[in-house]
Design a protein around this ligand. Structure first.
Ligand SMILES: [Zn+2]
Length: 501
């Protein structure tokens, strides 16, 4: 059954957690979006909601097969002929649960209030970027906010490589000014950002039959903080895939080890907080291998006692009886690759003191029919440096030899270059000083956003980003400071009013 917007609003209204939270008109839509399936690649439910919303208000809207949706609204009285402004946010969210939590994301997330914070029960919150969409919906819904003609672009699959932003039909847009809401710091106006590219390395398993008489063991790494591959990469947290590589290497230096499967991480742009391997050991050698692993595990816990104090490494007997295992050569290549891949911050940004410029996150490792796929994402403010790291990954695969291949996957997303002459920035800075009573920090960010894809493809586009305080993105700890949203919403309205000409 397809509920009308009104019916859906009524059904949600029965359990509204944010009913008394300011800005109410924004929180209403955030809560609506939060009760819909928004995991990347599953935006249909949320896009349906936005399409119903637009239709119910007689707003022009365009939706494509990727589930990108554009909603347009004319300028208000006195702003009919003002320059059109593109607004942008992404519909999808990273769906991640706390360890041990089973959650059905098809019904959205369960919001809870925690003082000034909004969180979700045991899962990511999706304020990244549901809040950006909620701001847009509140503007589109409003009848008392002065604003120029709006073109609201809500993209799908941003969190899995900006697929929506790359595919959205920019010919539908006429604006040469743009505001992006996919930012997470209230004190900053975003005036530039990095680009990124992802790479997948395939390692053939060269499957063989398991040897007779070996015992299976499962190595598990957990309890890590993980986090976002851009915002959190400089914290030097443990990467569970890299740590697993070290444990496997140590085990294989001690005695022959059969590897049946390995896994780690949840998504290429999330720092992996968990990893596991199923290995097989000769009964006579098992004690020595387990002791070697335990020694290294103690070293790892010591190395990361500050950055990742809750690291857990366990090795336990397993009942699993794998039908096949990696050939010895394939297992050796796998561990080689796991350990040679660059991980974390690669270069500092000397133009913006305190910023890191180029980083790589080994984000995801899965065992498939053919072998192992390791996916990593390189982020950089400088395209040539990004390409240099990509080349390094290609060369590691080349050196590993037969059965190992690397290739770029997804888009090569460009950076959004800093433009000191930006009129949008000047207007937004004035508004910020007026509303917040202080000057904003102007930020050229380390993270890769969809902005570069717009600035590169719309000639002369003048763009900025406005943020709200969000924390621990892409992790089940994600939270939104709603008091910040209550300060930012008047800023957004003031910027709208200031964009008359
Ligand atoms: Zn995100």
């Amino acid at each position: 059954m397809d509920l009308s917007v009104k019916e859906r609003e009524a059904s949600t209204a029965n359990r509204r957690v944010l009913a008394d939270i300011e800005p109410r008109e924004v929180m209403f839509f955030f809560e609506e979006l939060s009760s819909r399936h928004r995991c990347s690649r599953h935006e249909k439910d949320a896009a349906d909601y936005v399409a119903d919303f637009a239709a119910a208000r007689g707003l022009e809207h365009h939706r494509d097969e990727l589930q990108n949706i554009i909603v347009k609204k004319p300028g208000t009285s006195g702003y009919e002929a003002s320059p059109t402004v593109i607004l942008h946010g992404h519909l999808d969210m990273v769906c991640k649960t706390d360890e041990g939590v089973i959650h059905d994301f098809t019904k959205g997330v369960r919001l809870k209030l925690d003082g000034d914070r909004i969180r979700a029960e045991g899962t990511t919150l999706g304020a990244d970027n549901g809040l950006g969409i909620a701001y847009m919906l509140a503007l589109l819904d409003s009848s008392d906010i002065a604003h120029p003609p709006l073109e609201c672009v809500m993209t799908a699959m941003e969190e899995m490589g900006k697929v929506g932003g790359d595919g959205v039909d920019l010919a539908l847009l006429s604006g040469k000014r743009m505001i992006d809401f996919n930012w997470i710091e209230e004190k900053q106006l975003l005036a530039g950002c990095s680009g990124d590219v992802s790479c997948r390395i395939d390692i053939d398993a060269d499957w063989t039959a398991p040897a007779q008489g070996l015992l299976a063991y499962r190595i598990e790494i957990g309890g890590l903080l993980g986090g976002h591959c851009e915002f959190d990469i400089h914290f030097e947290r443990a990467n569970a895939i890299v740590a697993l590589g070290r444990l496997l290497r140590r085990a294989m230096q001690t005695a022959p080890v059969e590897i049946a499967r390995v896994s780690g991480g949840v998504q290429n742009n999330v720092i992996p907080a968990e990893a596991a391997a199923l290995i097989r050991l000769h009964p006579d050698q098992a004690d020595a291998v387990l002791a070697a692993i335990e020694t290294l595990a103690a070293d790892l816990r010591a190395e990361f006692k500050r950055a990742d104090p809750d690291m857990r490494i366990t090795v336990a007997r397993s009942d699993a009886a794998p039908e096949r295992v990696f050939s010895a050569r394939a297992a050796a290549r796998l561990v080689q690759v796991m350990l040679l891949l660059p991980d974390g911050v690669q270069t500092q940004n000397l133009e913006v003191p305190g910023n890191w410029e180029t980083s790589n996150n080994i984000g995801l490792m899965v065992t498939t029919h053919e072998g192992v796929e390791i996916t990593s994402t390189i982020t950089s403010a400088v395209t040539s440096r990004k390409h240099a790291v990509l080349d390094q990954l290609m060369l590691i695969a080349e050196m590993a030899g037969e059965g190992v291949r690397a290739k770029q996957i997804g888009l090569d997303a460009p950076e959004f270059p800093w433009n000191p002459q930006s009129r949008m920035l000047a207007i937004a800075k004035d508004s910020y000083a007026r509303v917040m009573g202080r000057q904003p920090d102007v930020l050229v960010s380390v993270c890769s956003l969809e902005l570069g894809m717009f600035t590169q493809r719309i000639p002369g586009l003048d763009t900025i980003g406005i943020g709200t305080n969000l924390f621990d993105l892409h992790s089940p700890k994600e939270s939104m400071d709603h008091a910040s949203a209550a300060r930012v919403w008047p800023l957004i309205k003031d910027v709208m009013r200031a964009l008359r000409d």
